[in-house]
Write a protein that binds this ligand. Sequence first.
Ligand SMILES: Cc1cc2nc3c(=O)[nH]c(=O)nc-3n(C[C@H](O)[C@H](O)[C@H](O)COP(=O)(O)OP(=O)(O)OC[C@H]3O[C@@H](n4cnc5c(N)ncnc54)[C@H](O)[C@@H]3O)c2cc1C
Ligand code: SF4
Ligand code: SF4
Length: 438
Amino acid sequence: MISVDTMRCSYCGACVSVCPVNALDLQETRLVVSEDCFECNLCLPACPMGALVAAGESSRDLPKVKDHYDVVVVGAGPAGSVAAWEAAARGLSVLLMEKRQEIGSPVRCAEGLGPGELDGLVDPDPRWICAHIRKARITVVRDGQEHPWEPPAQLEDGEDAGVGYILERRVFDRALAERAAQGGARLLVKTAAVGLLRDGETVVGVQAQGVWGRRDISARVVIGADGVESRLGLWAGLDTTLLQHDLMTCAQFLLAGIDIDPECTYYYLDREAAPGGYVWIFPKGDGRANVGLGVQADLVETAPLELLTRFVESRPFLARGSIVTLIAGGVPTALPPSPMVTDGCMLVGDAARQVDPLTGGGIANGMAAGRLAAKVAAEAISAGDVSRASLNRYEQEWAAGIGRRMARNYRLRARFPPAQRAGERFMHLFALTIGAGK
Ligand SMILES: Cc1cc2nc3c(=O)[nH]c(=O)nc-3n(C[C@H](O)[C@H](O)[C@H](O)COP(=O)(O)OP(=O)(O)OC[C@H]3O[C@@H](n4cnc5c(N)ncnc54)[C@H](O)[C@@H]3O)c2cc1C
Ligand code: SF4
Ligand code: SF4
């Protein structure tokens, strides 16, 4: 039987079309070879990636990339891309590596940003803004009764200051990565970190595996921006494992063909529909919206997908829409691990659990962390000291800034057990956290 180099296969389906015995099956992002394969090798030349390997042969490596950088950033989400562009802007040689073949896809996000969240990080760009948000409606559901409340409008006139956004993350994430590349960072897609290189206790690079083969890439500092599924922290000896109650497990539909206010975000605090979390409806313009919910993982009795289906079916204004995209994801609502750095290595974004514990928003936090980490890494490299003590300034500055707000919101969440979150007090608190009701 032939075999498939799974890191190299790009799911194009070309090989399937030439197999005379129907031994190949493309299962969304996985090519499966059945036992019917009789090794005729007709499919091998059809593959543009060189991903098919004849029986008894092994995969050939492609040309090498440079093997040493000042900084290697693992993960090209918002946190990693900002870290890479900031480090490159400070004159460092930077590699930004991403395991997916397309940055920003698949999306695992409701794409909402509150007023002012992007300030000082990146200028708003119409290419990646779907909707401008000027209102919010929060509905508390108690005993099956809905109690909607619209906090005072964020803004009376048409100015954009103080306006929230719904992003097109596919475009946003890619724009950030492209900006890093334009600033001088080297970008490699379809390349995963599979381990760390060490010199004693110090992290001195990553083991990478990807479309260009497997190789060791050394670095003065490695920045782990590998998202909720981060393994880099654990490899580096940092405790990033989440407790069940610190994970929101989420399902979301992009619905098309619905009629909602395109400038309003909708939230439902409803114990039945979303235990320990909430339901959101974020408009994306043209009769579309991200409709999703998050459930605290220790409270899951029914899968979020099923809860979401019920929620949508029970509301005619949503039920008339069509599901264009189905999204699943996990949001860490823990406090960042302490420490977030070790000798030669730092964590940023979801990998460092830098998500707001009340709202689950992590895009802007991750970007701010990426920038701060790159600044501290650059200073440490220039001082010739990348030890934990030196990189620890990142952790200190984080704790004194956004980290302080996160810690407060984590305590507030703990003070309101899930049963009390469908109440007036929590609703007002929630409104302030999403940037409404100021
Ligand atoms: C359903 C849902 C809704 C959300 N809604 C919102 C919202 O409305 N607003 C908001 O602000 N936040 C929201 N969030 C959170 C937000 O999506 C994250 O906080 C944000 O994406 C974090 O950015 P990041 O760069 O840290 O990680 P990510 O965006 O997850 O990027 C991590 C990247 O690392 C890559 N990677 C992972 N492992 C490796 C490896 N070994 N080698 C190479 N690459 C690797 C991944 O492929 C990925 O591209 C939501 C999350 C979910 C799941
Ligand atoms: S080697 Fe021949 S039989 Fe096997 S999967 Fe390829 S085309 Fe089909
Ligand atoms: S032709 Fe190559 S890249 Fe395309 S599905 Fe087949 S093995 Fe994968």
